[in-house]
Design a protein around this ligand. Structure first.
Ligand code: GLA
Length: 441
């Protein structure tokens, strides 16, 4: 009897230990299993266009205030942005009061956000949209407002109580590298603990890289997207440098991207002042190839029909949001041309040809379809659709076709290549009588 009780106790103890071990392991791996950002986040973010404009007396229409975000939310619905997928209305830096409240919670600037963030979130939600907010892992935000260091749980809970749906977490004023990493991890866990679904947008690798090589597997474990490179400006140089950085680091950043975690090359600046039309086409096309979050920073109250057409182009958005969730990469850089591709679901590829030449007129880039998809994209045949600059059907091609594509300086031609006829029975008859489009020679 005594021995039976003893072994029963031992068995119970073993069970409890196993249970504790399982719980510990689960807690350790639960970091970012929030089920969010299965495709790259789409929305609007105030920073690039509105910066830290806090003087509402002299600039009431452009200062960072609840009115600005309510207007953007209204337009996102009335002007078709929401219908094509833009969902998050995001506040960046400079929304806060310079001090925390008497319970140590972050609070919005009372003049510019008199109704409070909870009310703003309710308003945004009433439009069927989501609200993003901004914080910082260190002692202060980049613009000098209170940081979350030492307050991760409290701040996460405050955001959750307000009904926030996304947190952009900056990395200014972070202290040591260990504090930076701990801070990003702790905020991820704190967000999860609130039980609210909050997309977690990090800048961890950007701040880490000067000192240490980022561990992207770990970063993806904690963040839904992460900035790698300098802030985007409304300038071609900035877009060009972001693309070059991405291509140069593609071996270490492309494979980690996928549903739930994305590399973030920063905001879309289409519809502003600094990019030519061709450069705007390049940004849209390449952000789709890179599976980048599509966070516009522009003034939706004043945007040209052309920029709106580009940002709302459903074919480009479909490439960006492709459910396979693989990030694209640069295949080759040949003189002034760059050839990029992105594998899409169903054996399809998105292909971008960019002309980096900043002098002269349109240039022709010639290449064999055997370059695409490791030789498989057009094997045995494929149909090609031009998506940008305009939508055109380029008809059927095969694995030995040569494409001669004319591209404007700093512009991009974006294509969708659909493989046809895997088995001999399905092999298509080549459409040799089809008149080639003027850009295919
Ligand atoms: C950093 C970020 C930007 C923006 C500003 C705000 O520079 O990288 O995206 O959030 O801070 O101060």
């Amino acid at each position: 009897m005594g021995r039976a009780v003893g072994s029963w106790r031992r068995a119970t103890l073993a069970c409890v230990l196993v249970l504790v071990l399982v719980l510990v392991l689960l807690a350790g791996t639960r970091a970012l299993e929030n089920g969010l950002a299965r495709t790259p986040t789409m929305g609007w973010l105030h920073w690039e266009r509105f910066l830290c404009s806090t003087d509402c007396a002299s600039d009431p229409l452009s200062c960072v205030s609840e009115q600005l975000f309510m207007q953007m939310a209204d337009l996102m619905v009335s002007d078709g942005w929401k219908d094509v997928g833009y969902e998050y209305v995001c506040i960046d830096d400079c929304w806060m009061s310079l001090t925390r409240d008497n319970q140590d919670r972050l609070q919005p600037d009372p003049e510019r956000f008199p109704s409070g963030i909870r009310k703003l979130a309710d308003y945004v939600h009433s439009k069927g949209l989501k609200l993003g907010i901004y914080g910082d892992v260190g002692n202060k935000t980049c613009a000098g407002f209170p940081g979350s260091y030492g307050h991760y749980d409290l701040d996460a809970q405050t955001f959750a109580d307000w009904g926030v749906d996304l947190l952009k977490f900056d990395g200014c004023n972070y202290g040591t590298q260990d504090q930076l990493a701990e801070g990003y991890r702790n905020m991820s866990l704190a967000l999860n603990k609130t039980g609210r679904s909050i997309v977690y947008s990090c800048e961890w690798p950007l701040y880490m890289r000067p000192m240490q090589r980022p561990n992207y597997t770990e970063i993806k474990h904690y963040c839904n997207h992460w900035r790698n490179f300098a802030d985007i400006y409304d300038a071609w140089n900035s877009v060009k440098n972001t693309l070059e950085w991405t291509a140069l680091h593609q071996d270490s950043i492309v494979d980690v991207a996928g549903p739930g975690g994305w590399n973030d090359p920063d905001m879309l600046v289409i519809g502003n002042f600094g990019l030519s039309w061709d450069q705007q086409l390049t940004q849209m096309a390449l952000w789709a190839i890179m599976a980048a979050p599509l966070l516009m920073s522009n003034d939706l109250r004043h945007i040209s029909p052309q920029a709106k057409w580009l940002l709302q182009n459903k074919d480009v958005i479909a490439i960006n949001q492709d459910p396979l969730g693989k990030q694209g990469y640069r295949i080759t850089k040949d003189n002034n041309f760059e050839l990029w591709e992105r594998p899409l679901s169903g054996g399809t590829y998105a292909v971008a040809v960019m002309n980096r030449q900043e002098i002269g007129g349109p240039q022709i880039f010639s290449f064999s379809t055997s370059f695409l998809g490791n030789g498989l994209a057009c094997n045995p045949a494929c149909s090609i659709q031009q998506i940008l600059p305009t939508s055109e059907d380029w008809g059927l091609h095969n694995w030995v076709s040569f494409l001669n594509i004319k591209v404007n300086p700093t512009g991009t031609v974006l294509l969708k290549v659909v493989v046809i006829g895997e088995s001999p029975a399905e092999k298509p008859v080549m459409n040799i009588n089809k008149k080639p489009s003027p850009d295919i020679l």
